[in-house]
Design a binder for this molecule. Sequence first.
Ligand code: ADE
Ligand code: ZN
Length: 324
Amino acid sequence: MRSFIHALPKVELHVHLVGSAGVDTVLELARRHPEAGVPADRDELERFYTFRDFDHFLKVYWAVQSMLKDRHDVHALVVGLARDLARQNVRYAEVTVTPYNHLLDGVSGDDVLAGLASGRAVAAELGVELAWCFDIPGEKGVHAARETLAFALAERPEGLVSFGLGGPEAGIGRAQFAPFFDAARDAGLHSVPHAGETSGPATIWSALRDLKAERIGHGTSCVEDPALVEHLARKGIALEVCPTSNVRTRQVTSIEAHPVRQMLEAGVVVTVNTDDPPFFGATLEGEYLAVASALELGHAEVARLAENAVLASFLPSRRKTSLL
Ligand code: ADE
Ligand code: ZN
């Protein structure tokens, strides 16, 4: 199964750029920026990465993010991610970038764009096409939404395909972001908010209704509402499932206990993704393997998961065909 998974041409639909920073990159940044409070020692860093819960995970994530200072840091992150993807035969990835946070940390918009563009060019040389999802850090409210939208539409960097919404969910209603998603969609960007990762099915309904979500980031809690599961299956709205992430942030107790089985049985389009891979000790191949073994899937079913990701991607149809 391992070599079968490796050989599949794969697509990753849910990975955060900051969350893709590998241990070596983080150690290097931590040594350069000690004021960020990120351990510069490997063992200590591993302890720092042992998440107590989702809020603790976000604190660590923000600490890593605060060490990105210029275009070289952004470039290094993109290239590190591209290398990890190329090694796993991942041919295309939609990568979530949160420009608002970088701008807030004092990185110039030009540096963010330059780092993304130069890193993307290196990725292409490695045989990995990268696309961008610019997302709103939901906890920072409508101001962040306005700035993220303005940046996305003013700059329209090559490869930008979608508009997202991340961060904590509880108490942060999706509906307040509706006007920004409307404008993003009018400008041709796809809608891919996180929903149902750390809150219940009402958040997913709101993402569908208010943000016209075309795919859902996580969507784990959909199984609490049979009508929602049926709706997702009937409309073919893909879920970007990130199994190990959900275990590590304690949303589920184990891969075996993950509702991915119910999702598949109900005919929901499930895609398998990593979220923040080194943070969670995850790889895309590892996620496929973990799901395959937890659900006792055969080769054809695993291939179907990879195919789901190709079809649910925002690649043009002729590129999709080449990956199927
Ligand atoms: N930002 C980075 N990873 C995230 C996740 N899993 N959920 C919400 N926001 C995030
Ligand atoms: Zn995510």
